[in-house]
Every structure is written in C-alpha cells, then in structure tokens.
Design a protein around this ligand. Sequence first.
Ligand SMILES: O=C(O)CCC(=O)C(=O)O
Ligand SMILES: [Fe+2]
Length: 161
Amino acid sequence: MSVETVCLGWHWLPYRYTRTADDVNGRRVLPFPDWLGDLARGAVEEACGAATAYRPDAALANYYRPDARMGMHQDKEERAADPVVSFSVGDSCVFRFGNVEGRGQPYTDVRLGSGDAFVFGGPARFAYHGVPKLFPNTAPAGCGLDRGRINITVRVTGLRD
Ligand SMILES: O=C(O)CCC(=O)C(=O)O
Ligand SMILES: [Fe+2]
C-alpha cells in the first residue's frame, strides 16, 4: 500500500484500531466530526432508499500520489457489519470491487471521480477491493487538490473506550 493516511475518531493500524497514533507520534487521534457522519448517513440513506440509524465513529483519509496504488484487501478490523462509505476528491481512479471469497475475480472496475460517494454494505460489506490505477490530471478545477487523489472511508468500528 503506497498511500499516506490520516485517521479521525480511531487510529487504524493493520489488524487493529487504537485511540492513539502509536506508529506516528503516540498522540490521541483527532475526533470524528459530526458533519462527516451526517454526510455518510445521507449517502447510506440514498443507497438503500430508507432512513437509517447509521452512526459512524472513524474515518481514514488516504492521499494517493499520482503513482500510488492500493492492493486488494477487506476492511475487516471493525467489530460491526455496518456499511463503509467512501468519498473521493481529486484525480479519478479505477476502484476494483471484488467478492468476499478472495482477491481474484470476479470483480468490477468502477471509475471513481472527484465528488463521488461509494457505499458498500450488506452482502458486499466484506468484499475485497483496491485501487489499481489513478488517472493523473483528471481532478476538476476548484476541487481543492491539484495533484493526486484523496479518499475518505467512513466506518463504524463497533469499539468502545
Ligand atoms: O481509495 C479508495 O477508494 C479505497 C480506500 C480503501 O479501501 C481503504 O481505505 O480501506
Ligand atoms: Fe478498504
């Protein structure tokens, strides 16, 4: 994985979440903002066509340089099966959305652009997914990012202090 990540609410490390960024500076992670939870809940409601009590408590903000990639993986450190909501800003990318059995086919390649939201929940919640390619210089003017891509995934950890 060649992205640079900042977390809100809970700090993610492979295999666990902690309240302190132990592999960075040991400090407590910044709070998860209410507005981001509201935005994500709106996306879930639009995706499933019904009101929901979705209450996320963590976000991972990834910065992709133009040559960055993310390998196929599951988001599975959460102790809850609530949906993951992804927001993209900047350059477009190929988002590879696969199956729950493994990293290989079948998968679907979706082009995610700046401003897109993607919700994975229900039977697709633990599907393998990754980002094999960015399309450099495709960020729309005024999106706030000249180069590369930011993706924010919003999650329900199911954890308590
Ligand atoms: O960048 C993306 O669209 C996906 C990010 C992702 O899968 C993750 O942060 O776990
Ligand atoms: Fe992921």
